[in-house]
Design a protein around this ligand. Structure first.
Ligand code: FEO
Length: 135
């Protein structure tokens, strides 16, 4: 059972960014399914690591786009990326140190964060980039 369902309304209009977002949804679903099945750390760990790695790559892609186009809301947008990264890294450290086990609350939180962020910050940013390219 999946938790992150892709919808057309999440599209930004930038094919590279949309492809990356879809892939993030896919990884969240893999992690969610593993947690639902009660898989152990040996299965959850590589997926959590992959999620963190790909999230960083994705944020870097967007940040590069914002910087090269002198996007006026770059710092606010980057701060949101940094906050999420820090939060997820904190979860990873606790998980690595056996202090905490990850649960479906994590996949729910990530799905909600991503949907909210895509529909707000990301779509606004791509709209700016597209209007600039046209101008
Ligand atoms: Fe798609 Fe700003 O993250």
């Amino acid at each position: 059972m999946s938790i992150a369902f892709w919808r057309k309304e999440y599209e930004t209009g930038n094919s590279q960014i949309d492809r990356q977002h879809k892939h993030l949804f896919d990884i969240i679903n893999v992690l969610h399914n593993a947690m639902m099945k009660g898989e152990g750390k040996d299965v959850l760990k590589p997926t959590l690591y992959e999620l963190i790695k790909y999230t960083k790559e994705h944020f870097a892609t967007e940040e590069k786009l914002m910087q090269s186009s002198h996007y006026p809301h770059y710092h606010t947008h980057k701060l949101k990326h940094d906050e999420l990264t820090a939060q997820v890294l904190q979860i990873k450290h606790k998980f690595d140190d056996h202090e905490e086990f990850i649960t479906v609350e994590l996949s729910k939180f990530l799905t909600n964060w991503l949907v909210h962020h895509i529909k707000g910050d990301d779509q606004q940013m791509i709209k700016f980039l597209q209007s600039k390219n046209k101008g």
